[in-house]
Design a protein. Structure first.
Length: 268
């Protein structure tokens, strides 16, 4: 089989397009690269949707945690504490059995027992909790002079938050949030171990890497390919977030602009 034929057959297999059966033997390097790359579509799906949705929830949680009202502050504090205080791996298993129990009484929860939605919800809540703590710290670090200047110019309420406080919070918290985004994409590999069944039994990148490693008894080909894909994905995330960081700091002098410094989390 030519490399181009392998790409045509397996390039979109993870989303149900292409050959139904996996190759059984005589694996070529192109087949391994193609199938593991096909599985990366699911990792990108989980990471992107969880990150985008989690960003908005994280902002709400950060503001709620800094609110003077106990009714707004305490639920945000407990939400952040629970999802930051427990391992992501355990959250996957707890959510899976919770959704299985709920779907027996409420059929509307049936889609949540599958990886494409149930695992996504867990990642969404988890990254929202970690990101909220980042933005809360940034919110507490806003210089008093910025707020006083806003008051002097007559900004108050929502206008002050939207024009002064929120952009400054993002600017201060963005480097740390970039590291959270990188870790989130790396954490998507845990979906493979979570117990959530894959859509039509087609898995993510780790599923295919594990398949080739088991069949060939050689993990030193498939897993480095998987690592290479995640390194490329990390570079893309750094580039995109770097552009946003430059946009957030565009009003500052060159020497005062905060540069991204990537510090990957080795242990969550």
């Amino acid at each position: 089989m030519s490399c181009w034929q392998a790409i045509q057959d397996y390039g979109l297999r993870s989303i149900g397009i292409g050959e139904r059966l996996l190759p059984r033997d005589g694996f070529t390097l192109c087949e391994q690269i193609t199938l593991i790359g096909s599985g990366m579509l699911w990792n990108i799906y989980f990471g992107t949707l969880a990150l985008v949705a989690g960003f908005f929830l994280a902002n709400l949680l950060a503001v709620a945690k800094a609110a003077p009202s106990r009714w707004a502050r305490k639920p945000a504090e407990w939400f952040i504490f629970v999802f930051r205080g427990s391992p992501l791996f355990v959250q996957f298993f707890f959510a899976y059995f919770l959704f299985l129990s709920l779907k027996q009484s409420f059929p509307i929860f049936t889609p949540f027992a599958s990886a494409w939605l149930g695992a996504l919800v867990v990642l969404f809540f988890n990254t929202a909790a970690y990101s909220a703590e980042i933005f809360y710290g940034a919110l507490r670090s806003i210089p008093k002079g910025d707020v006083e200047a806003a008051d002097a110019y007559g900004f108050s309420g929502w206008r002050r938050f939207r024009r002064i406080i929120w952009p400054t919070m993002l600017r201060l918290g963005w480097p740390a949030y970039t590291n959270e985004a990188i870790f989130l994409f790396h954490a998507t590999v845990l979906v493979f171990f979570s117990g959530f069944p894959s859509r039509q039994q087609r898995g993510d990148a780790l599923y295919y890497a594990n398949y080739f490693a088991d069949k060939t008894f050689n993990p030193f080909v498939a897993y480095p390919i998987l690592a290479g894909y995640f390194i490329l994905l990390t570079l893309v995330v750094i580039a995109i977030f770097g552009l946003i960081n430059r946009r957030l700091n565009r009003h500052l002098p060159q020497e005062a602009r905060r540069k991204l410094r990537i510090r990957p989390n080795l242990i969550r």
